[in-house]
Design a binder for this molecule. Structure first.
Ligand code: HEC
Length: 212
C-alpha cells in the first residue's frame, strides 16, 4: 500500500533518476507548447491587425503616378501638343483631307446633337435659331433661303468649302467676327471632321472630298 499511496508514483519521484529522464522531457514538452502557442498567437494577432488595418484604410493605388519618370515628360509634351492641335490652327498632324477620308459619320451624328438646339440637318427641315443645314456643304455662305443672316456672315462671302467649315466650327467668332452663331467651337479636329462628314451626308449632291 505504501507503494500505492504513501509514496509518490515513480514518475513524480524526486529521485535524481526520474527527474533526470521524465521530468526533463515533460518540461521540454511544456516549453514547446508555450512556444507553439506564442507563435500561433502572434500569427493570429498579425492577421487581425492586418484585417482591421485594411478595414480602416482602403489601400488604393493612385491612378496616376505623382512623379513621372523618364518617358512621362515625353508623354506630357505630346499631350500638350495634341491640345494645341485642337485650336484648328495647327500646322502639323493629320490634315483635314485625311481626317475627312477616315471620318465616322455615326460619331458625327452624335456630335451634331449639340448643334440641333439651333439647327435642323433634315431635308425639308426648318430654320431654327440658326439656318437649316441640309445641303450646307459647298453652299454659299449665308445663302440659305429666307433666313436672316448677320451682315458679317454675308460679307464673308464664298462657299462653304470643307476647309472653311472646319475653320468656322473650330472657332466661329474667330473665323467670322460678328457672326450671330453663339457657339464656342469644337476643339478636336477629328470631332469636326466627323461632324462635317455628317453634314456631307445630309446633302443631295455634296462636293467631292478634298484630296490633299
Ligand atoms: C446657339 C445656337 C447655335 C448653335 C448651338 C450652333 N449654331 Fe450654327 N448657326 C447659328 C446661327 C444663329 C447661325 C447664323 C450665323 C450668322 O448669320 O452669322 C449659324 C450658322 C451656321 C452655319 C452657316 C450656315 C449658312 O447657311 O451659311 C453653319 C455651317 C453652322 N452654323 C454650323 C453649326 C454646327 C455644325 C453646329 C454644331 C457644332 C452649330 N452650327 C451650332 C446658331 C447656332
Amino acid at each position: 500500500m505504501a507503494m500505492l499511496y504513501g509514496e509518490p508514483p515513480a514518475w513524480e519521484s524526486r529521485s535524481a533518476t526520474s527527474k533526470g529522464l521524465i521530468g526533463v522531457a515533460a518540461m521540454n514538452m511544456f516549453e514547446f507548447n508555450k512556444m507553439l502557442g506564442a507563435v500561433l498567437g502572434a500569427a493570429l494577432l498579425a492577421m487581425v491587425v492586418n484585417e482591421i488595418g485594411n478595414a480602416l484604410v482602403h489601400p488604393l493605388a493612385p491612378a496616376k503616378a505623382a512623379i513621372m519618370i523618364g518617358d512621362g515628360e515625353e508623354e506630357a509634351k505630346e499631350e500638350a501638343s495634341a491640345d494645341t492641335a485642337t485650336t484648328g490652327k495647327e500646322a502639323d498632324g493629320p490634315d483635314l483631307a485625311a481626317l475627312l477620308a477616315a471620318a465616322d459619320t455615326a460619331k458625327g451624328a452624335k456630335a451634331a446633337k449639340r448643334c440641333k438646339a439651333c439647327h435642323s440637318f433634315d431635308k425639308g427641315g426648318k430654320h431654327k435659331i440658326g439656318p437649316l443645314l441640309y445641303g450646307v456643304v459647298g453652299r454659299g455662305k449665308g445663302a440659305g433661303t429666307s433666313y436672316k443672316y448677320s451682315a458679317a456672315m454675308i460679307d464673308k462671302g464664298g462657299d462653304w468649302s470643307y476647309g472653311d467649315l472646319d475653320a468656322f466650327l473650330a472657332d466661329p467668332k474667330g473665323f467670322i467676327p460678328g457672326t450671330k452663331m453663339v457657339f464656342k467651337g469644337i476643339a478636336k479636329a477629328t470631332d469636326r471632321a466627323n461632324l462635317i462628314a455628317y453634314m456631307r451626308e445630309n446633302h443631295d449632291a455634296p462636293p467631292a472630298l478634298p484630296d490633299n
